[in-house]
Structure formats: C-alpha cells, structure tokens
Design a protein around this ligand. Structure first.
Ligand SMILES: Cc1cc2nc3c(=O)[nH]c(=O)nc-3n(C[C@H](O)[C@H](O)[C@H](O)COP(=O)(O)OP(=O)(O)OC[C@H]3O[C@@H](n4cnc5c(N)ncnc54)[C@H](O)[C@@H]3O)c2cc1C
Length: 401
C-alpha cells in the first residue's frame, strides 16, 4: 500500500474537483482519483449556468446565492480563465396567466434578497430584440452567470495540485475499504490500494454503486438531458434565457404550458445559452432512461422547435452537434453533502441534478468545513444523507438546467 493521505476524493467532475480544491487550500493532504480524465462525466455534458432565478425562495435560493458570491472571485482565486460572465439571466413570459405568477415570483424572490425584477412591454424587446414579438414579459435575475464547465473543473484541479493535492487520472475506485469497526481505511482501485481515514464520494450518478460497496444507500438516479450546439452566427440573444412556463409546471401551479404532448413527455423546456465564442447552446430535455446517453433525433427536433418558438431567427441557424448528459437526481431535488453516519470517515457530495456547476464552490467549501469540523457557512441539515430515511418529503427545489 502507498503512503496514507488525509482524504481521498473519488470523482474528478466539478464536485470532486471543487471538494479537492477547498480541502487542499486548508492544507489537507488530498488524493483525487478519477477513472477517466478529469471532467469525464456529466460535468462535460451540460450547460454552464449559475442560476438563482429558478430556485425556490428559502434554503434553495440561499445556497445558490452563497455559491454565486464564491464564483464572483473564483477566476482570480484559481488564477484560471473559465469564461465567467455575469450578465444576469431571464425567463420569458408567454401570456397574461404566466405574467400574474411571474410578478408574484419576482416579489417573493426580492423579499428573499435576490436582485430580481420584471420587465414588460417594449422593454422586453429592447432587451432581447430577436425574441418572438408575442413574448410579453421577462423575469430578470442580475446575479446569474454563465461559464465553461470543463474549464472550471480544470481550474479547480490545477489549483488543488498547486496546494499539494495528488491527482490520479485513469484510476477507478472499485470499493471503499473499512477496518474492524466499519471505519474507513482507504480505497481499492484499478491501480492498487490507497490509504486514508476519510473518503469522499463525488461520483455523480455513479455514487450509489460505490457507496453500495460498504452498504450505504445513496438514492441518486440518472436523469438524462440533451443539448444542441449551434454554429457561430449573428447574435440571437445576448444572455441566458429560459421559458417561464416550465417553472410554473415544475412548481405544480395550476397553469399548464400550451405545448404539444411530446414536449411534456420528453420534458422539453427552452434553455438558451450564448457562449463568448458566438455559438449558442439549446437545451434541454429531462428523461429517466437509466444510463443511456445516446442522443435521440426526436428530442433534437423538439428542442429545435421550442427554440424557434422563442427566437424565430434560429430557423436559419445550423446545428453542429448534440450531446446528452446524466443529471444526478434526488427525489427532493437537493444534493447530498453529508457524512454517511453508519461508516465513520465516509462522506458523500453528489446528487446536484441540474445545479452541480452552480453549486460546486459552495459544496466544496461546505464539505471542507465538515471534514475539518468547522462551523459551516450555512446550515447543512437539509443536505444530510439520512434525510431520506427520516422522511420522504424534502425542502423542495427545482431548476431549469
Ligand atoms: C443537459 C444538462 C444540462 C445541465 N446544465 C447545468 C447548468 O446549466 N448549470 C448547472 O449548475 N448544472 C447543470 N447541469 C448539471 C451538472 O452538469 C451536474 O450537476 C454536475 O456536472 C454533476 O457533477 P459531479 O461532479 O457530481 O458529477 P460528474 O461530472 O459526473 O463527475 C463524476 C465523476 O466521477 C467519476 N467516477 C465515477 N465513478 C468512479 C469510480 N468508481 N472511480 C473513479 N472515478 C469515478 C466519473 O468518471 C466522473 O468524472 C446540467 C446537466 C445536464 C445533463
């Protein structure tokens, strides 16, 4: 067995790399194991939005807001350009029925401290001139931002290494190893055994399989999402835009979107994201189809159709590729950032569904505080793993990503 580390982090996605960074920054000796290259999983098959606009007022919006504050200084802190752009984001309102809910949504979010406002009339089309003329309102959140998710992962990994972390790529962790009192002693990997008294599983949708090697149940399910990438072209929209109707359906309001049945069947809702290079991304779908990441042409068609409904000019733009990723879904839509009480030394940071990019900094910080027994920057009770045993009802959270 090689020399012991303080902590072994499993998974080199955005969550594992953030956890490795915040731990190594505190002087903790970290080994990060990733079975492929870093950014091998969902963190390279997603959008790059850091959104508070679609979060429920309360714990959900507060944890996002904490992460946004960390992101604001992260490029400087990591010394790494990850294409961070804080342009704000918007939700497009299609009719008066949605507008009533949207105005109330803005009022509640403002009360919770978020920088949000409602635009209507000509201001909507001055803000986004290519938007369909029948869009009557925009909800705006000024603190929202976009970035390149893979670049963030590389930024975290490189900075961790500068702080002394060891990174083992192409090293699959096959099981967590425990001692006589069920306490963690290390991991068995494709490259041999590594020792540490603490192991943090940050393996996204693959977390349940690894946690299961020591009998720990982590209820995370893959939720597929598909995205189209458009060619470099004229400006279609200047910043991130989603459709408001999707949020209404998601939060269980009485109003339903006026869309063809397949849009609901495949969970299609417009998520438009321009990149700094002149391309843009069109998302997104939501499906429970196991670990399948094959792109469906039916879903591609529906995504394109939904995008054209909001931005008619997209009809003339070429799509250059599509990809699909697996969101790590939990039933209450909140991640697990927690100890696994039945196995001393085992921790889990996973299950961020459509928000892992946005929540990576706050997750890394909270996990580092948990490991070092410091006071966390915010309450972690809603993120505990044992909440799934205690109750089937969670705090409640949703996102469009
Ligand atoms: C279509 C789509 C759009 C999205 N858009 C957004 C967005 O705009 N904003 C946002 O915040 N979030 C978004 N998300 C969600 C976000 O991508 C995820 O929440 C996030 O990437 C999860 O990161 P992770 O590190 O937990 O998992 P992953 O990125 O999957 O990382 C897990 C890593 O663990 C490794 N691994 C697994 N098992 C082992 C093992 N046994 N040994 C070693 N390594 C192992 C894997 O290879 C992988 O690299 C989107 C997701 C999708 C699918």
């Amino acid at each position: 067995m090689s020399r012991a580390h303080d902590v072994i982090v499993v998974g080199g996605g955005v969550i594992g790399s953030a956890v490795a960074y915040y731990l190594s920054k505190k002087g903790i000796d970290v080994l990060l194991c990733e079975r492929g290259d870093v950014a091998n999983g969902t963190s390279s098959s997603c959008d790059g939005n850091v959104l508070a606009i679609d979060k429920m007022p309360g714990f959900d919006s507060q944890i996002t807001f904490e992460s946004q504050k960390l992101y604001d200084r992260l490029e400087t802190e990591l010394g790494h350009d990850f294409e961070y752009r804080r342009l704000g984001s918007t939700l497009a309102v299609e009719d008066e029925e949605q507008a009533v809910t949207a105005r109330d949504w803005v009022r509640r979010q403002k009360q919770a401290g978020l920088p949000m406002r409602y635009l209507e009339g000509q201001e909507v089309h001055d803000d986004e001139p290519q938007l369909a003329t029948d869009i009557i309102g925009l909800v705006e959140c000024a603190s929202d931002s976009s970035l390149n998710p893979m670049a963030v992962v590389f930024g975290f990994v490189l900075a961790s290494q500068r702080h002394g972390a060891s990174v083992k790529r192409f090293t699959e962790v096959r099981s967590v190893v425990t001692g006589g009192k069920s306490e963690v002693t290390g991991v068995d990997t494709s490259e041999g055994r590594f020792a540490a008294p603490k192991v943090i599983i940050c393996a996204g949708v693959w977390t349940p399989a690894l946690a299961g090697t020591v009998g720990v149940n982590v209820p995370i399910t893959p939720r597929k999402g598909q995205i189209l990438v458009a060619e470099r072209t004229k400006t279609i929209g200047r910043r991130k835009l989603m459709e408001f109707g999707y949020l209404m359906a998601k939060f269980g309001g009485p109003a339903k979107r006026k869309v063809e049945p397949d849009m609901e069947k495949y969970g299609i809702a417009l998520v438009f994201e321009p990149t700094p290079h002149g391309n843009f991304l069109i998302g997104s779908s939501r499906q429970f189809v196991g670990f399948d990441t094959v792109c469906s042409s039916r879903v591609n068609t529906l995504l394109a159709r939904r995008a054209i409904r909001f931005y008619p000019a997209i009809r003339d733009v070429k799509v250059i590729r599509s990809y699909a990723g697996l969101r790590p879904y939990t039933d209450d839509h909140l991640p697990v950032v927690s100890e696994a009480p039945e196995v001393p030394g085992l921790y889990v940071a996973a299950g961020h569904e459509g928000d892992g990019i946005g929540l990576a900094p706050v997750t890394g910080l909270l996990m580092s505080q948990m490991v070092t027994r410091e006071q966390p920057v915010m309450p972690v009770e809603p993120l505990r793993l044992d909440r799934f045993q205690r109750s089937s009802v969670g705090v409640g959270h949703a996102s469009c990503s």
